[in-house]
Design a protein. Structure first.
Ligand SMILES: Cc1ncc(COP(=O)(O)O)c(C=O)c1O
Length: 495
């Protein structure tokens, strides 16, 4: 196929060029009915292609024309059997993968450090989680990936698992041994689903980790918007092989799509695919070089460590995405949150995320040398002996935790109910500090990095209460609980 084509973007441009007089949604009628302030800011072009699925513009739910063509181009570019454009991120991709592969009550093996959207997949599908413990690096205070050995041991110990689900790469760019894991899953006769939200670029450069489909995954999702040039919310779901029923997959994809998809988003996927297929390798080479150079410059700063190839081969670190730079600041006595705040307030540099010990800087095809220089300057200033500490002084949280060791992630609690049943059960609110022993009915996810500490159906342990209490004191935002201050927690009413 001719990968320089953008069939979907083209039909939108043709529609605009033909000067059609619109009597259809969206109500702003190509911007004419929109309030001036937003219209002027966005510009007429973007509004002109914010159209609806009328004749000639195809239907994302039942693609037969230009969208089918654009998805076929994406499938070829990613060496997939089928690719689907998603407009609700990898969040919907996780939900679709689980609903496709599992029926209510069936078991799925998945890592404890899955993104919270995987919990949405469990709740919607009614599947039963068999948690796998990721490898942990205590020095970096970071969860890595699941090993093939853990997958094999889980499948052997727990009969009846119907699918294996893996997150690779992690938020920090650590990739799993997906070929090894695919071999194990397939030996046990189950499909491998991969949350490859952070790896939409892998397929297009040999210096990046092997991509999930090539490694043998049956389904995988890519947040195209995270690392490539498409708009926020866009993602792709790829399928390969014969372990997944394609009719069921197609039916479930439809359930998750609006009947009024934003066509600007759809076109941006078409264009991002073309960009990768035609220039991806060159663009990514520049990005990888810039990231590697910046990592070396940061590593030359006193008190700063940015992990790299020396970590490869450690448990759960099969390979690395060099375009992610994890800046470990703990030697400076700051938490990652504090460092992130200082970088933003003083140097106008915004990182992708912060955690207790680290700030994460994302390098993509859109990152410039000037931006990289600014990051290095900010981090250098952060590390100065005579750094100003009047406004943003270290909070002492890090020191307290290092002394007590309480920064360790809590153990996986006992599962007392299926997540879907607990989520939908009769519930009540109890004081969080007195909730140990109760069955949790909500997901509690310190954000970032967005990994649930406790989920519906699990018993709240004293260790979890203590851990979340510390996270709160460190200023971490809690996503998921009804009471965002976490003074109370929703639990299942027990007889
Ligand atoms: C590992 C992982 N999976 C899935 C998601 C959800 O992706 P999206 O924001 O595209 O919905 C994220 C978001 O950060 C993620 O980190």
């Amino acid at each position: 196929m001719d990968q320089s084509r953008t069939p979907y973007f083209d039909v939108l441009l043709d529609y605009v060029d033909s000067g059609v007089i619109p009597f259809h949604t969206p109500g702003h009628m190509q911007g004419r009915g929109m309030d001036r302030a937003l219209r002027d800011f966005l510009g007429d072009n973007v509004l002109a292609i914010d159209l609806t699925q009328i004749r000639g513009l195809d239907d994302l739910l039942q693609p037969e024309e230009a969208i089918a063509d654009a998805q076929a181009l994406a499938a070829e570019a990613y060496a997939a059997d089928h690719s689907f454009f998603l407009i609700n991120g990898s969040t919907s991709g996780n939900q679709i993968m689980m609903m496709t592969a599992l029926n209510p009550g069936e078991k799925i093996a998945l890592p404890r450090n899955s993104h919270k959207s995987a919990m949405g997949g469990l709740i919607m599908s009614g599947a039963y989680p068999v948690w796998m413990k990721p490898e942990v690096d205590d020095a970096l205070h970071m969860d890595h990936t699941i090993t093939p050995e853990t997958v094999a041991a889980t499948l052997a110990a727990e009969p009846g698992i119907r699918a294996v689900y893996i997150v690779s790469p992690t938020y920090y760019g650590v990739a799993a041994d997906l070929e090894g894991i695919a071999a194990v899953a397939h030996e046990f006769g189950v499909p491998l689903l991969v949350d490859e939200a952070w790896g939409p670029h892998f397929h297009f450069h040999p210096a990046l980790p092997i991509d999930a489909l090539e490694a043998g995954a049956d389904l995988c999702i890519n947040s195209t918007h995270k690392m490539l040039g498409s708009l926020s919310q866009t993602a792709m779901l790829h399928h390969k092989g014969d372990r997944i029923r394609v009719d069921r997959l197609k039916a479930i994809v439809k359930l998750f799509l609006s009947t009024s998809p934003n066509l600007v988003l759809v076109a941006s996927l078409d264009v991002a695919r073309k960009q990768m297929a035609t220039e991806g390798s060159a663009l990514l080479s520049r990005t990888i070089d810039l990231a590697n150079d910046t990592r070396a410059r940061l590593n030359a700063i006193d008190g700063i460590y940015c992990f790299g190839d020396e970590q490869v081969g450690k448990p759960g670190v099969f390979d690395l995405d060099p375009t992610k730079i994890t800046i470990t600041v703990k030697e400076l006595g700051y938490t990652g949150y504090e460092a992130e705040e200082i970088l933003r307030r003083r140097y106008n540099v915004q990182c992708e995320l912060a955690d207790l010990f680290n700030c994460l800087a994302l390098f993509t095809i859109g990152t410039t040398q000037e931006s990289a220089d600014r990051l290095v300057y900010g981090v250098k200033e952060l590390s100065r002996e005579d750094r100003p500490i009047d406004v943003f002084s270290p909070s002492g949280v890090l020191e307290r935790r290092l002394q007590t060791g309480t920064y360790n992630l809590p153990s996986i609690p006992p599962i007392r109910m299926n997540p879907r049943e607990a989520f939908l059960a009769d519930t009540e609110f109890v004081r969080f500090k007195e909730s140990a022993g109760r069955i949790c009915a909500e997901v509690i996810t310190p954000y970032p990095p967005g990994i649930p500490v406790i989920s519906p159906g699990e018993e709240i342990t004293p260790e979890i209460v203590a851990y979340l209490d510390l996270e709160k004191k460190a200023g971490v935002r809690m996503q998921g609980p009804y009471d965002s201050e976490l003074r109370s927690i929703r639990v299942v009413v027990e007889a």
